[in-house]
Ligand binder design. Structure first.
Ligand code: PLP
Length: 401
């Protein structure tokens, strides 16, 4: 029987979402957000807004400042740059992949002067190169160091604590800015301990919420820099927000979202932030066990070549030459109702990504891995057989209780 004849006209059952963001939204969050409109100045709303906001600060592990926007992560990128910097300021971009590049493109368009510490996308920057770039800048022209904590495009995590140390060792006063869009609520992240001055975060990944709200965590040092920064902004202006009763958002507050955020924080804190991180690490390792087996027989390979930087929230997988990642994704999506991430920028068609972050458990992950393995077979992609079994073995060996 041909594959087409065997395909259901419309896949039944729940779609397995193995995208690296947006991610699965837990039913309890969907129910919490199912709300009629409420005046955002109403006391009933404030009773939800304040604890949700305080909860987000705990997830960021900060006692400092947070400003929020009705915008996807790009908004928080722009807000963080425009509130902290002035026209012509140099910013150091640490290359990790598509998202570090895009942040640099944005910086340039906003009138900043990005300097890139270049790196192979399969390895990410060498910290010694970052230290050297900062040491060379004796005039302290570089005003900010911009790092994507978890490069969603390449499945690579950069060591923020080490980068903090490199900035300190160089005695450089630059602001330290970190994009935590695909790490917050999934990987260890400590804004205050790592002395990060500007954090870029979004709702749609580890926080398990719909897309549409993003935020900046800001240190006291960052807020002091904001007072003299001169880039144009209005909707994103923290000084305008500080005068608003909610100390965040310039316009109408997306109220339903805060009912969801309150529930997201409850879920994360019920599980415990450390346990959330441990769960992500375990599911990521199970994914890697599968990929390691598939990579045999000249099969698909890990895109990231540095195992110490493998991401615990997303795995990017490079197809063998002559095989399309998009054809594989189409089979997974159309035949098995499993949504995988695609390759971004120059990796388009060459890489597919398995998102393993957010509201996820073992069977959900195994469902997605099974669809990948079946799609490899259906597309005639060479691979080692038994990846899903290896993932199951790992999850069984490490199952507590
Ligand atoms: N930074 C990273 C690391 C991302 O993964 C994304 C999106 O996936 C962005 C920035 C851009 O965020 P958004 O698509 O929400 O605007």
């Amino acid at each position: 029987m041909s594959q087409a004849a065997n395909a259901p006209a419309k896949p039944r059952g729940r779609q397995f979402f193995a995208n690296p963001g947006p991610t699965n939204i837990p039913d309890s969050i969907l129910r919490a957000m199912d709300r009629a409109s409420i005046d955002f100045n109403d006391a009933d709303f404030n009773a939800v807004y304040q604890p949700a906001f305080a909860g987000l600060k705990r997830v960021l592990r900060t006692d400092q400042h947070v400003f929020m926007y009705a915008a996807s992560g790009h908004g928080a990128w722009e807000a963080t740059l425009t509130n902290l910097l002035s026209p012509g300021d140099a910013v150091l971009i640490l290359e990790s992949g598509y998202f570090s590049e895009e942040w640099g493109v944005m910086a340039e368009k906003l009138g900043l002067k990005p300097q890139t510490v270049h790196a192979d996308w399969r390895r990410g920057v060498d910290i010694a190169d970052v230290a050297a770039a900062l040491r060379k800048d004796t005039a302290h022209a570089i005003k900010a160091v911009c790092v994507v904590h978890n490069e969603t495009a390449t499945g690579m995590t950069l060591p923020l604590a080490q980068i903090r140390r490199a900035i300190d060792d160089a005695g450089h006063p630059a602001l330290f800015l970190a994009d935590t869009i695909s790490s917050l609520g999934s990987l260890e992240f400590r804004m205050d301990d790592w002395r990060i001055d500007g954090v870029v975060g979004g709702s749609q990944k580890g926080l398990m919420l719909p897309t549409g709200v993003s935020f900046s965590g800001v240190s006291d040092k960052g807020l002091a820099a904001h007072r003299t920064s001169r880039l144009a902004r209005h909707y994103f202006d923290w000084s305008v927000m500080e005068k608003r009763p909610h100390k965040s958002f310039v316009g109408t507050i997306p109220t339903a979202f805060f009912y969801g955020l309150q529930e997201a924080v409850r879920l994360i804190e019920d599980e415990g932030l450390d346990n959330v991180v441990a769960r992500h690490s375990r599911l990521a390792e199970a994914t890697r066990r599968a990929v390691r087996v598939w990579s045999g027989n000249a099969g698909p390979q890990f895109f990231c070549l540095d195992p110490s930087r493998y991401s615990d929230s997303v795995t990017a997988i490079l197809m063998p030459e002559g095989h399309s990642a998009d054809a594989l994704r189409a089979t997974a999506r159309n035949r098995f109702n499993v949504s995988l991430g695609g390759g971004l920028g120059p990796l388009n068609g060459k890489v597919f990504r398995i998102g393993h972050l957010g509201d996820l458990n073992e069977p959900m992950l195994l469902g997605a891995l099974t669809a990948v393995e079946m799609s490899l077979k259906l597309n005639g992609v060479p691979h080692g057989a038994g990846g899903v079994t290896a993932a199951m073995d790992y999850l069984t060996e490490t199952a507590a209780g």
